[in-house]
Design a protein around this ligand. Structure first.
Ligand SMILES: *[C@@H]1O[C@H](CO)[C@@H](O)[C@H](O)[C@H]1NC(C)=O
Length: 506
C-alpha cells in the first residue's frame, strides 16, 4: 500500500467514526418508526403539505415511504419516494384539467366542485392499478407503524391502513367541514357549520341554514348513489386483492373508513371558524412554514428593500395560474398596476411585453420569504388555504379573488375576520380590484387585524410541527389511540334523533 492510499483509508475510517458519533447524538433516543405518507395528487399545495409532513417525520428520526407526484430532486436518507407523476399526467390530460382550471374558462363557465372530486377519485383509483405500487403493497416485508393519508373526497384509501395492520391518520388539507369531521365524529349541525364549497359564514340567515342543510343532503345523495358504489368496487378489486396477497382479510369498506385514529386539520381558529373537534382531531395550520424564513434571491431582496412606497405581491396560485388569463384581463391588470405608486411583484408563469417600471414579473416566487419582508404591504391572492395561512403567519392583509374549491369560504372568513376584502373574479374586475387596493392601503384596520390575528395564530402551547409529531407518535405508542375516539361514531343518526323510541311510543 502506498502512503497516500493508507492515508485515504485512515481518513475514511475516521469519517465513518465521526458519522456514527454525530448520528447517535442527532437521532432522538426514542424508537425510530416507519410511516407511509400517501399524498399522490399533482396539485402543488397538497404536495407542499405532504412534503412538510415527511420532512418533519424524517427530522425526528423516523423512516418514511412517500407516495407523491413531486419527488425530491436528490435522494434523502431514510426516505423512499414512489413517484406517481406519470399517473397524474395521464389524469390531467384525460380530464383536461388545464382547461377546466383555466381562469378564462372559470370566468365564462364557473367552477364545478364535483369535477375536482372526480379527478381525485380517478387519481387514487389509478394509483392502485400501477404495477410499482401493486408490487410495493403486496410485499409482505413492507411494514409500517402508521399510515398517513390525505383525505380528499375519496374514502376507500382508508383501506391502506388495514393492509399494514397499523393505525390510520387522516390529513385534511382544508378547513374543517362536515364531510371530514364525519370520519372521526359526527356531521356537525348545519345550522352553524358550512360546507367546504359554500361561502356562508355563521350566524346564518334562515335561507343560509337551508342552503347548508341542502348541501349535506345533496352531497350525501351524490356519494351514496354515485361515488360510494364506485369506491366499494375499487376497494374490493384493488385493496382486497392486495390484502389477499399479504395473507390478510380486509375489514368492510365502512369499518375501514370509520377506523381513523387521528385527523390532522390544516386550519386554525385564527383563520377559520372555531368548530369544535373530537379529541382525536387537531388544528395544525402552519406546519409547512419554516421557522427560519429562507433569504430572498438577491434581485428580489434588492427590489423589495428599495421599494419606496412598499410592495404588493400578486399570485393566483398554482391551480389557476395568471398566465391563462385572457389578454383583456392581463392588459387591464397591467394598466391598472401602472397607476399605483407601489412596486408590484406578480407571479406570472409566462412572458409579457411592455411591462411598466413598477411591475416585476416572476415565474417562480418564494412566497413565504416575500410575505416576511417588512416592506410588503398587501397580498393579492386566490385565497387558497396555504396562502391565507401564510398571510396570517406573517401578519399581512389580503385581497382575495377566489376561483374554485374552498377559496370562497376561505375568503369569506378573511372578510369576516377583517384582515382583507374579496373581489369577484370577472373579465372586468380591475375597477373593483383597484378600489380594493386603495381601500386596504388607506385603511389601517386591515393591517392591524392581520397583526392581531397573527398573534393569536402564533400563541399556541406547541408549534404546529411539534404538535403533529406529538400526536402521530402518541397514536403509535397507544396502538391507535382508541381512548380518543368519539362515542358519536357508534351512534347512527336515527338513534341520535331518538326516532326509534318515538316509533315505539306511537
Ligand atoms: C382499527 O384500528 C385499530 C387501531 O389502529 C386497529 O387495531 C384495528 O385492527 C382496526 N380495525 C379494523 C377493522 O381495521
Amino acid at each position: 500500500m502506498t502512503n497516500s492510499q493508507e492515508l485515504t483509508e485512515q481518513l475514511k475510517e475516521m469519517a465513518q467514526k465521526i458519522f456514527v458519533i454525530i448520528f447517535c447524538f442527532t437521532v432522538p433516543l426514542s424508537e425510530a418508526l416507519r410511516f407511509l405518507v400517501f399524498v399522490p395528487v399533482y396539485t402543488k399545495s397538497h404536495s407542499i403539505l405532504g412534503h412538510a409532513l415527511v420532512d418533519h417525520l424524517l427530522a425526528s428520526g423516523h423512516e418514511v415511504v412517500h407516495i407523491t407526484s413531486h419527488p425530491k430532486r436528490k435522494p434523502v436518507p431514510y426516505l423512499r419516494e414512489i413517484n406517481v407523476l406519470d399517473i397524474s399526467m395521464k389524469i390531467i390530460s384525460k380530464y383536461r384539467t388545464d382547461d377546466v382550471l383555466n381562469i378564462k374558462n372559470i370566468v365564462s363557465k364557473g367552477s364545478n366542485p364535483l369535477f375536482f372530486i372526480t379527478v381525485v377519485h380517478e387519481m387514487h383509483k389509478q394509483v392502485f392499478e400501477d404495477p410499482e405500487i401493486i408490487e410495493f403493497f403486496s410485499d409482505p416485508n413492507q411494514k409500517f407503524d402508521g399510515v398517513i393519508v390525505e383525505w380528499l373526497f375519496s374514502n376507500f384509501v382508508a383501506g391502506i391502513a388495514p393492509l399494514f395492520k397499523c393505525p390510520l391518520i387522516w390529513l385534511a388539507t382544508t378547513q374543517a367541514h362536515w364531510q371530514v369531521l364525519d370520519l372521526v365524529d359526527e356531521i356537525p349541525n348545519p345550522a352553524f357549520s358550512a360546507d367546504i364549497f359554500s361561502s356562508n359564514i355563521p350566524p346564518f340567515s334562515s335561507w343560509q341554514r337551508l342552503e347548508e342543510l341542502w348541501a349535506i343532503v345533496k352531497r350525501s345523495i351524490e356519494f351514496r348513489y354515485f361515488i360510494t358504489p364506485v369506491e366499494k368496487e375499487i376497494f374490493d378489486s384493488s385493496l382486497r386483492k392486495l390484502a389477499k396477497k399479504r395473507g390478510l382479510t380486509m375489514p368492510s369498506y365502512e369499518e375501514a373508513i370509520y377506523n381513523g385514529s387521528l385527523l390532522l386539520i390544516n386550519s386554525h381558529p385564527s383563520i377559520s371558524q372555531p368548530y369544535r373537534l373530537p379529541q382525536n382531531a387537531k388544528y395544525v395550520a402552519g406546519f409547512h412554514i419554516d421557522a427560519n424564513v429562507k433569504p430572498l434571491p438577491l434581485d428580489l431582496q434588492h427590489l423589495m428593500d428599495k421599494a419606496k412606497y412598499g410592495v404588493i405581491y400578486f399570485s393566483m396560485g398554482s391551480h389557476t395560474p395568471s398566465v391563462y388569463m385572457s389578454d383583456y384581463m392581463k392588459n387591464s391588470l397591467v394598466i391598472m398596476f401602472s397607476k399605483l405608486r407601489e412596486t408590484v411583484i406578480w407571479k406570472f408563469e409566462g412572458d409579457m411585453q411592455n411591462i411598466p417600471d413598477n411591475v416585476h414579473l416572476v415565474k417562480w416566487a418564494p412566497q413565504q420569504s416575500i410575505l416576511a419582508h417588512p416592506n410588503l404591504k398587501l397580498f393579492i391572492t386566490h385565497g387558497g388555504q396555504l396562502s391565507t395561512t401564510e398571510a396570517i403567519h406573517f401578519g399581512v392583509p389580503v385581497i382575495g379573488i377566489p376561483t374554485l374549491g374552498d377559496q370562497y369560504i376561505n375568503m369569506r372568513t378573511v372578510t369576516q375576520k377583517g384582515f382583507g376584502v374579496t373581489v369577484n373574479l370577472a373579465e372586468n374586475m380591475v375597477t373593483d380590484l383597484y378600489k380594493a387596493i386603495k381601500e386596504v392601503s388607506a385603511n389601517p384596520t386591515y393591517k392591524r387585524k392581520a397583526k392581531e390575528l397573527s398573534k393569536i395564530y402564533h400563541d399556541r402551547p406547541l408549534s404546529p410541527k411539534s404538535e403533529i409529531l406529538f400526536w402521530i407518535e402518541h397514536v403509535v405508542k397507544t396502538k391507535g389511540a382508541l381512548h380518543l375516539r368519539s362515542p358519536a361514531l357508534q351512534v347512527p343518526l336515527y338513534k341520535k334523533l331518538y326516532v326509534d323510541l318515538l316509533v315505539i311510543e306511537f
